[in-house]
Design a protein around this ligand. Structure first.
Ligand code: 0RA
Length: 679
């Protein structure tokens, strides 16, 4: 097959024995594209863009190029232009064709021509432009170099249409590659703008001073792609983005922390080579408890971490412990203590790169561990010495984390001890249900003893349990979770749920398949609900993921039209029932209710009289009202709590728990009533 193909081409140009290998190589790629680009789905399609872009980016990393443009063109074509040295066009000794043609037709040829300037090989599969050529129905390479403009085109999987040609003079230098993926290989050739933008943004952070512009000209009316070097100069009205970060990883850390409160002002930064490995680290602590650590190896995102991450974490813990010891005698920080609130990016560049793990997203190259450890610990100790104020803040933050860890452990231990000692002894406050079948059991967590009493009277005691929580205990400003766990209230909740917590948490032991948070419809109620949601999110996430957590939706208004009683669950409903003008009475007590009833009996003729009463708390309802509006499975409205996207949720909780009080207030107010209603 390959031989036949080779013979065909031999007639057109003078190909030798070496060329047969070339065609076999490209044919192999076409036969088994998955081996080279992973998939022929969307990931693989985008991989083609990354491969071509990577060559230009490597040129930028070598310091030869600072301006790359990626343009999406009509007919599923992609054009990548850079102002690098230009791919060499002289005849290559071994292959007897131009270096350009060699790079674009021989697998793994990319790095062999560059020597020093081209030392870092990127690309997850390390396959380069020849693979893209093999999987394209057409490719055009333009090179501006040595005072001339050179062009070569390829068709149908990398077959050259003639040699590299010198077209005319040029004062520029750089490479432009335009390719069209082969439809017979890629069933869907739709490039995703957001995916490309996200990838290019990340890459721009990783190579400081490199400008990357992206243009979407797929629907552009008309343009002449040969008329200018960078298509953005045509100023066509089309979507476009440009990224340029002078600070590199420092800018990335600042970007990731843009909504956070920094613990210290100066972002730590280092870039240094050690034993052939270039190590770059930027970090800043923020007032938060989660860690945001991202790592790259040869500009490839290593989602599963690896040697560089291990080296970094070891050095971070050791350096901070050494620094803390120097100032005062304290207990050792653990690895987790020093990660709390940390935003860090670690990027290493090595000559030989090895990936491991399920998705090949873990750096296996052992030398990266020692190099990262050495470069980072040296620079970070110096930073701490030279910035005493930053050092104090960072050590303070880690100390707080250490104390919180100890307090949380003590709280967990005491909960477990209690469970162990008391067996299944349930808290005295709990009014449990009769059934022992978790699937039909519900527990209402209500705010305050008075609402608790009402709920206990109003419930269906066969399936419904009630646990009152005293609001005040929970309502601590910036309550740390360890404080919450230490509270008797939360211990009661954990014992009632039956799942335990921490290492011995077991969702199978959950005693109720509906956990219903029933707090008041005011700001305090919203705050307590938020604290409870945070607690569940951080410590009992499987309860949310299992769909066991709900929020009760008590009515906001009781409307009386003569003898008829209605409940409105929102202002919209109220207005729909009674119109806008009617005055709203606030609160109620038994006396006023009696009055109303007396009035009604006295003046039966005035039965059309309408009154609207606003409920501020569950405690304002009597047990019957609470049952029919909030507890009765046939009439109530419940909102199921979901974790749609862990990252989003984390942000929400940060927002709610953070120090930015005005932001938190407005967030609670605007989201308190947001709900997908499950009736
Ligand atoms: C090898 C050697 C040299 C440049 C390149 C490769 C190169 C490749 C690509 C791919 C896209 N853009 C690129 N820019 C440069 C230069 C060797 C020299 O001039 O000494």
């Amino acid at each position: 097959m390959a031989e036949k193909l080779a013979k065909k081409i031999e007639k057109k140009s003078s190909y030798g024995a070496a060329d047969i290998t070339v065609l076999e190589g490209l044919e192999a790629v076409r036969r088994r594209p998955g081996m080279y680009i992973g998939t022929t789905g969307s990931d693989g399609l985008h991989h083609l863009v990354w491969e071509i872009f990577d060559n230009s980016r490597d040129e930028a990393m070598g310091g030869f190029c600072d301006d790359i443009e990626v343009a999406l063109l009509p007919d599923n074509r992609v054009r990548v232009a850079d102002n690098g040295r230009g791919i060499p066009v002289d005849i290559h000794q071994k292959t007897k064709v131009s270096a350009l043609e060699t790079v674009l037709t021989i697998l793994h040829a990319g790095g062999k021509f560059g020597g020093e300037g081209y030392k870092v090989s990127g690309g997850l599969h390390g396959v380069g432009a020849a693979v893209v050529n093999a999987l394209s129905v057409s490719m055009r390479a333009e090179v501006h170099r040595d005072g001339a403009y050179h062009v070569q085109e390829y068709k149908n999987g990398g077959k050259p249409l003639g040699k590299t040609k010198k077209i005319g003079p040029s004062k520029l230098h750089g490479t432009i590659i335009t390719f069209e993926p082969d439809a017979s290989i890629f069933p869907d050739r739709t490039f995703d703008w957001d995916t490309i933008v996200a990838h290019m943004r990340q890459q721009a952070y990783l190579v400081k001073g490199m400008r990357v512009s992206i243009l979407d000209l797929r629907n552009a009316e008309k343009f002449d792609d040969e008329s200018v070097y960078y298509l953005r100069e045509l100023k066509i009205d089309a979507p476009s983005v440009t990224f340029y970060f002078e600070g590199g990883l420092r800018s990335l850390v600042a970007f990731q922390n843009r909504h956070q409160e920094p613990v210290h002002k100066t972002i730590f930064y280092v870039e240094k080579e050690q034993d052939g490995v270039t190590v770059e680290v930027a970090l800043q602590y923020v007032d938060d408890i989660t860690a945001r650590l991202s790592a790259f190896a040869n500009n490839i995102y290593t989602a599963e971490g690896g040697m560089h991450v291990t080296g970094f974490k070891t050095a971070l813990t050791r350096t901070l412990n050494a620094s803390a010891k120097a100032s005062k005698d304290v207990d050792n920080f653990t690895g987790d203590d020093v990660l709390e609130g940390l935003t860090a990016v670690v990027s290493v560049k090595l000559r030989e790169i090895q990936f491991e793990g399920q998705t090949k997203a873990k750096l296996g190259s052992v030398e990266a561990r020692g190099a990262t450890d050495a470069v980072f610990s040296e620079a970070f100790s110096t930073f701490l010495e030279e910035h005493p104020e930053e050092a104090r803040s960072i050590l303070g933050k880690a100390t707080l984390a250490m104390k919180a860890r100890k307090a949380a452990k003590a709280a967990k231990d005491s909960i477990m001890r209690k469970g162990a000692l008391d067996g299944m002894t349930l808290p005295g406050k709990l009014a449990d249900c009769q059934t022992k079948d978790a699937s039909e059991s519900e527990i209402f967590i209500v705010e305050g003893d008075s609402a608790g009493g009402t709920a206990k009277t109003g419930r269906d005691r066969r399936t419904q349990a009630v646990l009152p929580l005293r609001g005040k205990i929970l309502n601590i400003e910036r309550a740390r979770l360890d404080k919450m766990l230490a509270s008797e209230q939360i211990k009661n909740l954990v014992v009632a749920m039956g799942t335990a917590i921490g290492d011995i948490f077991d969702i199978e032991k959950l005693r109720y398949h509906k956990i219903i948070i029933a707090t008041d419809a005011d700001v305090d109620g919203a705050h307590i609900r938020t604290l409870l949601l945070t607690l569940f999110y951080r410590h009992f996430r499987p309860v949310i993921e299992g769909g066991y957590l709900y929020i009760a939706q008590p009515p906001l208004f009781k409307i009386k039209k003569g003898k008829e009683v209605m409940y409105a669950y929102s202002d919209v409903e109220r207005i729909a029932f009674v119109g806008e003008e009617l005055p709203i009475e606030v609160g109620s007590d038994n006396a006023s209710e009696e009055e109303t009833e007396a009035e009604e009996t006295d003046t039966k003729k005035k039965s059309a009289k309408v009154s609207v009463q606003r409920y501020k708390g569950l405690g304002e309802m009597n047990s019957e009202e609470l049952w029919e509006t909030t507890m009765d499975p046939n009439r109530r409205i419940l909102k199921q709590v979901t974790v749609v996207d862990a990252q989003d949720a984390d942000f929400v909780f940060d927002m709610l728990m953070g120090t930015d009080v005005p932001a938190r207030k407005s967030f609670i107010q605007s989201h308190a009533k947001e709900a997908t209603l499950d009736i």
